[in-house]
Design a protein around this ligand. Sequence first.
Ligand code: PMP
Length: 406
Amino acid sequence: MSYNVYKVREDFPILKQTVYGHPLVYLDNAATTQKPQHVIDTVNKCMSASNSSIHRGVHYLSEIITEEYENTRKKVQEFIHARHLHEIVFTSGTTSSVNGIAFSFGERYIGPGDEIIISAMEHHANIVPWQMMCQRKNAVLKVIPITDEGELVIEDIGKLITRKTRLLSITHISNVLGTINPVEKIIPIAHRHNVPVLIDAAQSVQHIPIDVEKMDCDFLVFSGHKMYGPTGIGVLYAKERWLEELPPFQGGGEMIDIVTFEKTTYNQPPLKFEAGTTNFIGAIGLGAAIDYISSLGLDGIGKHEHELLEYATGKISELGEIKIYGTSKKKSAVISFLIGNIHQLDAGMIMDKMGVAVRTGTHCAQPLMRRFGIEGNIRASFGLYNTREEIDVLCTAIQKVKEMFR
Ligand code: PMP
């Protein structure tokens, strides 16, 4: 069955509204995505019919909600093709997953002079937690450079790795440049030197099929709200070995086995890493989002989004006076740009008045902005419900900005 974007749009109630009298054109999907009715209904149903504390009660509601929560873990496992169910840990999102690993990994393995490698295109969520850990442990943060097109300089990875390198953490897809990094090449390079790899999949899991077994990453992290699910829920995938070896990053209820005032022993993974009452309703909502994405099929979604990217890149470039940041050969549906020397914030505000929601600023990637010598830019990022007509409206809005500043 061919992909019918107009039918897909019917599933998203928020898209039906107007903004300042114009139909909403939502092009800020890399920041967060809108929710289909199925996710809204699932969360509603949880709150109105099955809410109860998970894993703790023997009563009816507790058993129902626990089963739904654990079923979702299974859905995530199948979605990213993890070998074991207990390799899936629920967190509050990508940021908390990276912070958790940076803490636990730092406690267990990092000493003075050890090195962590990230890249020049990372989101702050994949920079700051490592920096904090390096400060705590007197370790060193190293950075893989990028080209002017926004591609990683792969040849440099081998040179950056030394006997002191303990971990490599990189994004799968850049939230600013759209670059799809060749993780299938990078992970084997790191593994040849016995360096484990964390993949930030916040911008990839909603666009391309992920197979962690094939990819052979050690850790993979993502957020529910960027994949049409609720906020406040995310995933930390880790190979079984790591979840066994690493200490927990938070203490409290659920993550324990036996607690005395002298000593505590911990639960088995994944619960060892799920301290306290988790966002179980969010997790079940994430399960509904996975069902929704799977019902459309990531292949169809990817093809549709790629067509949008090509159409938008062509049309925006034709407008003239546009500089696009991120021209990698393998790109996801994100276009970051500047219009002449017009300030990105001014442009964003004018576009907003025409109903066009784009992101302006540094996109939580200040070092990347510095790399390109700019303060910030405008980002249009597409999702499974965007249309060519919306890109035409985006182009009209860009023209309007140009006219106003002429
Ligand atoms: N990494 C990347 C590549 C991102 O795009 C984002 C969100 N913009 C994050 C990490 C952080 O995700 P969250 O805010 O959901 O924790």
